[in-house]
Design a protein around this ligand. Structure first.
Ligand SMILES: [Zn+2]
Length: 376
């Protein structure tokens, strides 16, 4: 049931409209700063995917808690009333844009699937991934984002699933590097890799696994650099196009919450996210530090923030989970309080709660937010 709820939340941000046109109006906004000096100037954000139409009470709730930023689904931000009320109340708005997670595109054209080292489609439960090297798909994404910015005029865009396939939400500390999936081994990627690096993979290697093993033994560094560049270059292109349309637009990237050395460097080798290079093109990196979900202590949130901070030139805004997900064990009030404290600790520049749907149903946790943001 929890998985279904998460899937529904994610699905709501991958509308069919993502790849098509839609019509709407515009907003501009600026930062609302809470009075507490220890969090003054910091982003206090929530991720929200859907809502009933009572936006007045929603905004009142947020202002009571010092929430000054919203990361919203395209679906919700397409609602003119929502855009208007967030603007009027000086809530900075980011639209969450899933990039290589696109169920509709994969259903329509399964040939777009990324391929794993085992020769399978990149699919694990609800997590499915498009191959990141398809030029037509990348162009379509950029065109869609330009349309969204022109028509909806958000303060920022928040790039999600801009990485390689891995269901990191279920990767626990005891996992080995080899047990993780690795992509993409379809012919488009393998051909491009050879063409662009001038490395020749022997024709005698017939299976994806054989190719993976050969790459690992012969040119792992080049392979990982090439993978990461495919991701960074798309972020760079999106950033350039977005800023040419709206110079002050803010760019955030959702980061897989793995430190530099976790799982033998899997943040680059598996996920293809090179934070050091990505940070040249974005205003924020937001690691999804859902500690409870991945069986880590709240202190791990600070550790991930620190680790990424050391690699980058942009601001770090850790995102924390509000309630249990995937696991049956409860996320207690004390664990939530400690997680929020760790998330706000310098060098963090704020926090993003995942999600408002969960926080709104937890009065005691809402009070914790007030205590640490407003009354501290
Ligand atoms: Zn591929």
């Amino acid at each position: 049931m929890i998985t279904n709820r998460i899937e529904n939340m994610v699905k709501s941000i991958t509308l069919i409209t993502w790849l098509f046109m839609f019509s709407v109006l515009s907003i501009t906004s600026c930062n609302y700063k809470p009075g507490n000096s220890s969090v003054e100037g910091k982003m206090i954000g929530v991720k929200i995917y859907d809502h009933n139409k009572d936006f007045e009470s929603l905004i009142n709730d947020w202002k009571d808690m010092g929430i000054n930023t919203v990361f919203t689904s395209l679906q919700l931000f397409s609602d003119k009333k929502f855009r208007t009320i967030t603007r009027e109340n000086e809530i900075t708005s980011f639209i969450i844009l899933p990039i290589f997670y696109n169920r509709e595109a994969l259903q329509e054209n399964p040939d777009l699937y990324a391929i794993t080292k085992n020769g399978k489609q990149a699919k694990d439960d609800w997590v499915t991934f498009v191959c990141p090297s398809r030029e037509e798909y990348r162009k379509c994404i950029i065109d869609s984002i330009k349309t969204i910015i022109k028509e909806l005029d958000p303060d920022g865009i928040s790039l999600d699933f801009i990485r390689y396939f891995v269901f990191w939400e279920k990767i626990y500390p005891d996992r080995t590097f080899e047990s993780l999936p690795n992509t993409c081994f379809d012919s488009t990627c393998i051909n491009k890799f050879q063409e662009e690096t001038k490395i020749n993979i022997p024709d005698s290697l017939k299976t994806e696994n054989n190719i993976y093993e050969w790459i690992k033994a012969n040119c792992l560094y080049e392979w990982v650099e090439w993978k990461c560049e495919l991701i960074t270059s798309l972020i760079a292109e999106i950033s350039k196009e977005a800023k040419s349309l709206k110079p002050g637009i803010l760019i955030n990237v959702h980061a897989v919450p793995w430190r530099h050395d976790d799982f033998n460097g899997a943040i680059k080798t598996v996920a293809g996210q090179n934070f050091s290079e990505i940070s040249d093109y974005v205003d924020y990196l937001s690691p999804m530090t859902y500690a409870h979900m991945v069986k880590r202590e709240p202190s791990w949130i600070h550790s991930v923030t620190n680790d990424i901070y050391d690699q980058v030139s942009c601001k770090i805004i850790p995102s924390i989970q509000v309630n249990k997900a995937y696991l049956d064990t409860e996320l207690t009030l004390e664990e939530f309080r400690e997680s929020l404290q760790k998330a706000l600790a310098p060098p963090s520049d704020g926090v993003v709660f995942w999600s408002w749907e969960q926080l709104s149903n937890e009065p005691a946790k809402k009070q914790v937010v007030k205590d640490l943001i407003i009354y501290k």
